[in-house]
Ligand binder design. Structure first.
Ligand code: PLP
Length: 275
C-alpha cells in the first residue's frame, strides 16, 4: 500500500552531471534550481569543483573519475531518471566515465551542454576531453546546446555571425543527424537561437529578446536545464515549443535577477514560483 502510493506521487527525477560553482549562478546549483522551478526533483554528480564568485573563476579542480563512476552507479541503483543533463566535465577521464554511464542508461534522454571554457576564460574541459566529447559523447546526446564559442570549438572553426552559425550543419553530420542541435545566439547581433532537428541539414531561427542585464552568469546551464526539465515533463512536446518555453523561462530569470555580487551576477530561477 505504502509502495503504491509512493509510486503514484513519485516525482520525475532529473540528473545533472556538472561542476560546482560556489556562487550558485552556474553548474549543478543552477541546474537543480531550474529543475526545482519546473517541478522536477534534481540529483547531481559533481565533475569538478571551482573557486569562483560572480567576479570570475579562480581555480578549477577535477573530481576523481572513480568517484564520479561510483556516484553515478550509486544513484542509478536507487531510482530511474527521466532525463540526464550534462554540463562541464573537466577532463578526458571523467568524460570517459560519463560516456560509459550513458551507454548503460541508453533509454534516458540526454541534454549535453558542451561547456568547455567559462565566460571568465577558465578551462572547464581539457584538450583530450574536448576530442573525446566530439568523437563519443556527442553521439549519445539527444540535445546539444553550444553557444558560439562552443560551436566554434566543436567544429574547429570560429563562429561569430549568423551565417557561420548556419554552417553548423557540419556538426549535425558528425553526429549522424540524431540530435536536436540548439546554437544559443546570445552573443549575435540579433540574440536569436538556431535549432536544427534530427535529420535536417538546415534549421530555423528562434527569436530572442535582448535583455539588458548584468545577470548573464549561468545562462547556458539554465537554458539547457530548462530544456531537460521540459523533456522530462512533456516528452511529446514539439522541440521548437520546448525551446521557446525554455527561452521564456530564461528571460524571466534574467529580468528578475537579484543583483548579487560585483560581476556578472546570478539569475532568479524561481521568478514564477514552482511550475
Ligand atoms: N559550469 C560551471 C561549474 C562553471 O563554473 C561555469 C562557469 O564558471 C559554467 C558552467 C559556465 O558558466 P558561464 O558560461 O556563465 O561562465
Amino acid at each position: 500500500m505504502l509502495a503504491e502510493s509512493y509510486l503514484e506521487n513519485c516525482p520525475l527525477v532529473g540528473l545533472s552531471i556538472a561542476g560546482f560553482d560556489p556562487s550558485g549562478g552556474a553548474g549543478v546549483l543552477a541546474d537543480l534550481k531550474t529543475f526545482a522551478a519546473h517541478g522536477i526533483y534534481g540529483e547531481a554528480c559533481l565533475t569538478l569543483l571551482t573557486i569562483q564568485s560572480t567576479a570570475g573563476v579562480q581555480k578549477v579542480k577535477a573530481s576523481d573519475a572513480g568517484w564520479v563512476a561510483e556516484t553515478l552507479a550509486c544513484l542509478a541503483q536507487d531510482n530511474a531518471f527521466s532525463v540526464i543533463k550534462i554540463g562541464a566535465i573537466a577532463n578526458f577521464k571523467v568524460a570517459q566515465v560519463v560516456t560509459e554511464f550513458l551507454r548503460r542508461n541508453a533509454t534516458v534522454p540526454v541534454v549535453l551542454d558542451p561547456v568547455m571554457v567559462s565566460s571568465s576564460g577558465a578551462s572547464l574541459l581539457d584538450e583530450d576531453g574536448r576530442e573525446f566529447l566530439r568523437a563519443e559523447l556527442l553521439t549519445l546526446a539527444d540535445w546539444v546546446t553550444p553557444n558560439l564559442v562552443e560551436l566554434g570549438l566543436l567544429t574547429r572553426g570560429t563562429v561569430t555571425t549568423s551565417d557561420e552559425v548556419e554552417k553548423c550543419a557540419q556538426l549535425v553530420e558528425l553526429t549522424g543527424s540524431k540530435i536536436n542541435l540548439l546554437v544559443t545566439g546570445g552573443h549575435l547581433e540579433k540574440p536569436d537561437d538556431y535549432l536544427i532537428l534530427p535529420g535536417e541539414s538546415s534549421g530555423r531561427w528562434i527569436a530572442g529578446n535582448r535583455v539588458e542585464s548584468l545577470a548573464t552568469h549561468g545562462t547556458g546551464c539554465t537554458l539547457s536545464s530548462a530544456i531537460a526539465a521540459r523533456i522530462a515533463k512533456f516528452p511529446a512536446e514539439n522541440p521548437e515549443v520546448t525551446v521557446i518555453e525554455a527561452k521564456r523561462y530564461l528571460e524571466g530569470a534574467m529580468r528578475n535577477a537579484p543583483g548579487i555580487g560585483r560581476g556578472p551576477g546570478p539569475m532568479e530561477h524561481f521568478w514564477r514560483g514552482s511550475l
